[in-house]
Design a protein around this ligand. Structure first.
Ligand code: SAH
Ligand code: F3S
Length: 480
């Protein structure tokens, strides 16, 4: 299952459990990464307390919010197209207000108000708690902007309202922002400095999800492996504040272990890992707890040392391969997936061949592959010319995708003949008589429904497969 993620098809409107006393209608659409979808749940939680109910019908909205992505130019163009659509609705609903949230809001700030006349409100990713005030401004007929980035805000104290949920899987954010400064990436500018959320509030959210019947959580961060919480402990027990911080710090591996231990019946996933920050501790923790899923998303971006250096990725390709070897040794059946960028400035045919070599070395289970898109304000935009012709970027991307496709088929086939634990997520898209779920490695499994239900863990004997989907029959409940 090679997935070329395209934000233009990721947009999604959301509806939540509505309150009778709420009178105004909110229509909220999200684009881009999982963090944006998770943030929209925080926004929904804030706005239900402000008298809003959600609707999936744009035509009846009083407030339209679009949570945006800036990662590639195409993602921004998609949002601009949506704003045109909102404009046409506004013609017969003049009181309808439109707000832009997320990375585009942060990147373009009040410039958006000038460029897009339809927009009344611009709110950056760290300013959602200010939404009640901003909406008051907009109600009074004034434009409202808050794009202040914070060094502390983690929204740890807000219980997200689960939108668009299947009641089985939920997203839990653990860090915000990123300090890595990969030269192609706009995220450090739009989401600000990296900060980690209090582990206690993470555990409370996970326990609450378990109580509500959720069976799987994904711990989210731009760079989860750099999770680090300093805190806790009593000062009087330590000579210096720094001693206390060291003694009571929680890193990602420890967080992962305590989440896995606190809910042994829940599946735990996490995303995303930057290879330069991933430690062997994390891999050992994954091996130790059966409920941490055997899948690591480990973006490589390029197989060329020269390009990795220009991207400010702080590892060599040999180090990356060694990390892959360690994962395979410690967790032999671990699925590994990638992100790759084709056509970064100065990329030569030789660099591209190095990327294909890494693909062949790892034989990833899945991949997300992109054309390089120059982003204003990034180091790459300022210092390097976007000099790989579009046709060459495309030709290389096509080769990368074609090779990934063969590896995907190969990896899918490896499951045939095995009996694997599957968490049921819903009906198969193609057949109402079949369930769809995933195994630990995140591969989709389809099997006859019989008497099983959504949210149950079932053992499935895998009998056949397509290139990306496993087909089988349930043999009973999983007792793990
Ligand atoms: N650490 C993040 C990465 C965010 S961006 C995470 O948690 O997912 C996701 C992917 O988008 C990156 O791994 C990279 O492959 C791709 N990407 C980022 N900036 C890009 C750009 N300017 N052009 C093309 N692809 C880009
Ligand atoms: Fe972007 Fe690199 Fe951080 S890809 S999100 S700057 S790890």
């Amino acid at each position: 299952m090679d997935k070329v993620i395209d934000e233009s098809i990721q947009g999604n409107s959301l509806e939540l459990q509505n309150k009778k006393e709420n009178k105004r209608k909110l229509y909220i659409e999200s684009y881009g990464c999982a963090m944006n979808f998770s943030d929209s749940e925080i926004v929904a939680s804030i706005l239900t307390k402000e008298g809003f109910n959600t609707t999936q019908n744009l035509e009846e909205a009083d407030l339209v919010l679009v949570n945006t992505c800036s990662i590639r130019e195409k993602a921004e163009l998609t949002v601009r197209k949506r704003l045109e659509k909102f404009n046409s609705v506004k013609k017969h609903r003049p009181h309808m207000k439109v707000g832009v949230l997320g990375c585009m809001a942060e990147r373009l700030k009040s410039q958006l108000l000038e460029e897009e006349k339809i927009v009344d409100m611009v709110v950056g990713p760290d300013a959602y708690k200010d939404l009640p005030n901003l909406i008051k401004e907009v109600d009074a007929g004034r434009d409202a902007v808050n794009v202040v980035l914070s060094k502390e805000e983690t929204y740890g104290d807000i219980a997200p309202i689960r939108l668009q949920t299947n009641g089985v899987s939920a997203l839990v954010s653990i860090t915000r922002g990123c300090d890595n400064m990969c030269t192609f990436c706009v995220v450090p500018f739009t989401r600000g400095r990296e900060r980690s959320r209090d582990p206690q509030s993470i555990l409370e959210e996970v326990n609450d999800l378990a109580q509500k019947g959720y069976k799987e959580i994904t711990l989210l961060g731009q760079n989860v492996d750099s999770y680090l919480w300093y805190g806790g402990g009593l000062k009087k027990d330590f000579e210096k504040a720094s001693d206390m911080q060291k003694a009571t710090a929680v890193d990602f591996s420890q967080l992962l272990a305590s989440v896995a231990e606190s809910q042994p019946k829940m599946r735990i996933r996490f995303s995303t890992s930057n290879p330069q920050d991933m430690t062997l501790d994390v891999i050992h923790t994954m091996a130790k707890y059966d409920n941490i899923c055997n899948h690591i998303h480990l973006p490589v971006q390029s197989g060329s040392d020269r390009i990795l250096k220009k991207m400010n990725r702080l590892h060599t390709i040999a180090e990356y391969h060694t990390l892959i070897d360690s994962i395979r040794k410690i967790i032999p059946n671990c699925a590994i997936s990638q992100d790759i960028i084709s056509g970064f400035p100065t990329e030569t045919e030789e660099d591209h061949q190095d990327t294909l070599t890494t693909l062949k070395y790892v034989k990833y289970n899945f991949g997300y592959m992109y054309l390089y898109s120059e982003r204003p304000g990034t180091m790459a935009e300022r210092k390097l010319e976007d000099d790989v012709p579009h046709e060459i970027k495309q030709k290389r991307l096509a080769e990368i995708i074609a090779l990934q496709r063969t590896h995907c088929a190969l990896r899918t086939k490896e499951h045939v003949g095995h009996t694997e634990e599957v968490l049921i997520e819903g009906s198969s898209k193609k057949s109402d008589a079949h369930w769809m779920g995933r195994n630990q490695q995140n591969t989709v499994v389809v099997f006859p429904k019989e008497n099983y239900k959504i949210g149950e863990f079932v053992n499935v004997k895998i009998e056949d497969c397509t290139s990306a989907t496993l087909l089988g029959n349930a043999t009973g409940y999983s007792t793990n």
